[in-house]
Design a protein around this ligand. Structure first.
Ligand SMILES: NC(=O)c1ccc[n+]([C@@H]2O[C@H](COP(=O)([O-])OP(=O)(O)OC[C@H]3O[C@@H](n4cnc5c(N)ncnc54)[C@H](O)[C@@H]3O)[C@@H](O)[C@H]2O)c1
Length: 289
């Protein structure tokens, strides 16, 4: 869709990081934005900073894991602005990171799925009926590169992001089958410089062994810890500023692309998974299979 002045967007997790950058990108295009977040003070500060620059915003404290709260977000957005055009389901968390799947607490699974997966579902269920009535609009779901590839020691996050990709693909297929001109984009960024990643990288870079021991899987050898550090250094080298990632995601929306892949340097990981699946299929289809 063409993003233009006069439209209205809603962005969840908008008080910092990628959500704030996405809101800024939309506001720069003259779009009014409902900003949703659980962090009340940070949300207020963010809204004040945008308002001081003459932008039109509506801060609404919202926990996306609560379907009723997201329904209130939708009614407040419509009451205040009178329409909604772009819905950005961005809020996301990590929990249980650094543990193998079999040692990840059930509570961590529940928290991560409640925010990262159900938060997106709640956003779709609260807003898409309004886009259907209007006969236009776009849904943007923020998944991750971890939604396309495995993520050892981050199983709950990885599963939640694979599910966000699946939800987005399914929504797009359903809207297409119903002949509804509503776009869907699922963003799968690699590392973006936000408070979420900065804490993790600072810790690993500092190399405090005692603290590392708390955050890395138990029983890793020295070599494996070195490998983890090397992988973090690789990630840091390719870490993208949030405004750059946001612009790439908004460009994908404007081009009506289903997938917004902001980081080209992870192609090998995506190809490796796809080729594993395709070669299994080829084996099944061969005379011996
Ligand atoms: N930073 C990265 O490298 C990276 C990479 C890929 C995907 N992502 C995804 O991008 C999104 C934003 O990540 P970020 O790095 O900006 O994170 P962040 O932690 O810097 O910001 C997330 C914001 O969401 C808010 N939030 C958390 N739980 C919420 C809830 N239940 N309801 C409403 N708001 C809530 C937080 O208060 C915070 O303001 C997430 O979905 C994340 O998984 C981030």
């Amino acid at each position: 869709m063409i993003i233009e002045a006069g439209q209205v967007a809603v962005v969840t997790g908008a008080a910092q990081g990628l959500g704030r950058a996405l809101a800024a990108g939309l506001l720069d295009r003259g779009v009014s934005v409902a900003l949703a977040d659980t962090a009340q003070e940070r949300l207020r500060d963010t809204a004040e900073a945008f308002t001081a620059r003459g932008r039109q915003v509506l801060p609404v404290v919202t926990d996306v894991s609560d379907a009723a709260a997201v329904a209130v977000l939708a009614s407040r957005t419509l009451e205040h602005f009178g329409r909604v055009d772009v819905v950005v389901n961005n809020a996301g968390i990590t929990a249980g990171h650094g543990r193998p799947l079999w040692q990840t607490d059930p509570e961590d699974w529940q928290r991560v799925l409640a925010v990262n997966l159900l938060g997106v579902v709640h956003g779709i269920q609260a807003f898409v009926p309004h886009l259907v009535t209007a006969g236009a609009g776009h849904v943007v779901n923020i998944a991750s590169l971890a939604g396309l590839t495995p993520m050892p020691f981050g199983s709950a996050y990885c599963a939640s992001k694979h599910a966000v990709v699946a939800v987005s693909e399914t929504l797009r297929a359903e809207l297409d089958m119903a002949g509804l001109p509503i776009g869907v984009t699922v963003a799968c960024p690699g590392y973006v410089r936000t408070p979420l990643t900065e804490a993790m990288f600072t810790l690993l870079q500092a190399g405090d062994e005692a603290q590392l021991a708390e955050h890395l899987p138990a029983g890793l050898s020295v070599d494996q810890v070195d490998q983890a550090r090397a992988s973090v250094e690789h990630g840091m080298a390719g870490m993208m500023e949030p405004d750059v990632a946001a612009e790439r995601i908004l460009a994908a929306v404007e081009a009506d692309r289903l997938y917004a892949l902001t980081h080209g340097d992870f192609e090998d990981r995506v190809r490796c998974r796809a080729e594993g699946i395709l070669s299994a299929l080829a084996g099944q289809n061969s005379p011996a299979g």
